[in-house]
Design a protein around this ligand. Structure first.
Ligand code: NCD
Length: 307
């Protein structure tokens, strides 16, 4: 079903393939027995050089639910990386043992490099502040399932738009749908990188930038909150100054539409007050669950296990 071999950036998937994955994920969710044993005998290697909760656990849950098995590491200090082994050699080795590799690394371009040394498909689970394509799949599936379509809506991205890889992957992918208005809400220091806005400008993709959440929240259909990416800051002082730039609370939610969807790739730190969790418009834990269904669809497709 999938023409792609590696998934490094969302643009590796065609529009048709995205639609196929969403349909498959929905079927998997609604018919829990469907594809249950389809990956029996297949192995997924998870190579995580950066912390993760949802991405790694949902990939492992996805593989186990498909009847396959998992191996790998969640912390590079338990791997030969600490002995000085290169990423290329680690990936070459893992591809001798596994049928598919999921990799997260703090360096931009690491997944692309890994794909050049792997004899099996490589899925990028985050390369530094660059891309996170499977989070985009989870985000799009959430919007598709909860709004009914991915066209004609206004989305506000709020928080750390400079370092947030999930923002970069989703914002770029949304330009492939029609009538999606993008509003970037951030302090001036954390604006979306110019390589993205330059591309938007060159292709006539409209967007607006603001530093005020209150001034736009009433116009949004989707609010995509993000964490300030502490680990990508060059100094602690800047992080401390910017970390609480936006806090979504019940008072701000009163300014929003009744059918707003609040998404967040998680982990949440302080940017969404826990009082918002009980608001039916807060869908970030549903989004985490959709993330598992879409990863099941992706693994089954990559491993050619869809019947
Ligand atoms: C995100 C990531 O790793 O980029 N988390 C995730 O995969 N759901 C977001 C983040 O860490 O802030």
């Amino acid at each position: 079903m999938l023409k792609m071999r590696h998934l490094i950036e969302p643009s590796d998937l065609t529009g048709e393939e995205l639609d196929g994955l969403f349909a498959l994920a929905e079927r998997i969710e609604k018919e829990p027995r469907y594809l249950r044993e389809s990956c029996r005998g297949k192995l997924l290697a998870t190579l995580f050089f950066e912390p993760s909760t949802r991405t790694r656990l949902s990939f492992e849950a996805a593989m186990l639910r498909l009847g396959g098995s998992c191996l790998g590491f969640a912390d590079p200090s338990a791997s030969s990386t600490v002995k000085g082994e290169s990423l290329a050699d680690t990936v070459r080795t893992a591809s001798c043992y596994a049928d598919v590799i999921v990799i997260r690394n703090p360096k931009e371009g690491a997944a692309l490099l890994a794909s050049r040394y792997s004899s099996v498909p490589v899925i990028n689970a985050g390369d530094g502040g660059h891309h996170h394509p499977t989070q985009t799949l989870a985000d799009l599936l959430t919007i598709h399932r909860l709004r009914g379509s991915i066209d004609n809506f206004t989305i506000g991205f709020c928080g750390d738009l400079k370092f947030g890889r999930t923002v970069h992957s989703l914002a770029k992918t949304l330009t492939r749908y029609s009538g999606v208005r993008q509003v970037f809400i951030s302090p001036p220091e954390l604006r979306v990188p110019s390589y993205i806005t330059t591309e938007f400008d060159a292709n006539g993709v409209g967007y607006t930038e603001t530093d005020s959440m209150e001034s736009v929240i009433g116009r949004l259909d989707v609010l995509y909150m993000t964490r300030v990416q502490k680990e990508r800051f060059f100094n602690e002082e800047d992080y401390i100054r910017l970390k609480d730039a936006y806090i979504l609370d019940a008072r701000k939610m009163e300014l929003a539409h009744q059918d707003l969807l609040v998404l967040h790739p998680l982990p949440r730190v302080t940017e969404i007050a826990t009082e918002v969790d009980s608001d039916p418009r807060a869908v970030y834990f549903k989004q985490a669950k959709f993330g598992m269904f879409i990863r099941m669809a992706l693994l089954a497709s990559i491993l050619d296990a869809v019947i």
